[in-house]
Ligand binder design. Structure first.
Ligand SMILES: Cc1cc2nc3c(=O)[nH]c(=O)nc-3n(C[C@H](O)[C@H](O)[C@H](O)COP(=O)(O)OP(=O)(O)OC[C@H]3O[C@@H](n4cnc5c(N)ncnc54)[C@H](O)[C@@H]3O)c2cc1C
Length: 245
């Protein structure tokens, strides 16, 4: 087996994104590196010892490359060990990790794209958007649609950031859809698939020259892939995805 260098990551900042969903934004600094190199969308494998063994879980990097720091966005999973361990960490605590890993990254060349996420599946997508819109040449001439779905408005993570990008860049389209919207909600309603379908059907090429990047729990990822392939005629190579379960 290949030796993987294990890094020490120190929690330098933590913030609760949703009390109801128990979701946190964590910022780690990789102590033994000056700079942590990765591609937007990749993940790290975090490792903790437990009862003489080690437990490993994957977490998407929720930021673009930035010095030796990474952002993580995660929610507590009931009865889960690792998510609770991370959510209980205090600033200054450390955890080990290896990586970066994964192929859920912007394609080269980057074409018109639909980014689809639910819940903490927004993590790698935030990395994509930070990276894409940091330099004009990375997004110029491309239309980028972000379709984010959740049940209730308080779980719209990083909404102010994405709204700001949409304000500054006319080629970034931010669509939030709530599956349990209150009456006074002015945005989209229902599941992400319906918004993805509307985007594809609004285009003359029906998405033939686009790619989709989908991240979240398997139920949503599978349903969206199935719709793109079977109903909208997309090729599987146009669809990149990351499943959390
Ligand atoms: C490539 C990859 C990247 C990931 N990135 C993230 C991330 O950025 N943020 C994040 O919150 N999670 C992420 N996950 C999920 C994460 O690795 C863990 O599975 C999750 O934190 C639960 O771990 P646990 O030990 O607490 O619970 P476990 O006992 O391992 O899990 C219990 C069950 O919870 C379900 N589950 C897994 N993830 C979630 C979730 N996010 N919400 C609700 N139920 C879930 C699964 O069905 C799992 O079987 C990622 C998974 C993969 C494979």
């Amino acid at each position: 087996m290949l030796e993987r260098p294990l890094h020490t990551a120190r929690l330098i900042h933590e913030k609760t994104l949703s009390l109801a969903a128990q979701t946190k934004h964590l910022v780690f600094s990789i102590e033994d590196l000056d700079r942590f190199e990765f591609l937007p969308g990749q993940f790290v494998s975090m490792v903790v010892p437990r009862e003489g063994k080690s437990i490993t879980r994957a977490y998407s990097i929720a930021s673009a490359p930035r010095k030796n720091e990474i952002d993580i966005c995660l929610n507590r999973v009931q009865d889960g060990y690792f998510s609770n361990f991370l959510c209980d960490m205090k600033e200054g605590d450390t955890v080990h990790l290896h990586g970066p890993h994964g192929l859920f990254v912007p394609k080269n060349p980057f074409r018109d794209s639909i980014l689809v996420a639910t819940g903490t599946g927004i993590a790698p997508i935030r990395g994509f958007v930070q990276w894409l819109f940091a330099e004009r040449s990375r997004n110029e001439g491309r239309e980028v649609y972000l379709v984010y779905g959740t049940r209730h408005a308080p779980q719209i993570y990083y909404g102010d950031y994405f709204s700001l990008i949409a304000h500054d860049f006319p080629n970034f389209h931010y669509i939030v859809t709530l599956s349990r919207a209150p009456e006074d909600w002015k945005g989209a309603r229902g599941y992400v698939q319906e918004q993805v379908r509307a985007i594809v059907e609004s285009r003359a090429d029906r998405g033939a020259s686009m790619d989709a990047y989908i991240c979240g729990l398997n139920l949503m990822v599978s349903a969206t892939r199935k719709m793109l392939k079977e109903e909208l005629g997309w090729d599987r190579k146009q669809i990149a995805y990351e499943r959390y379960d």
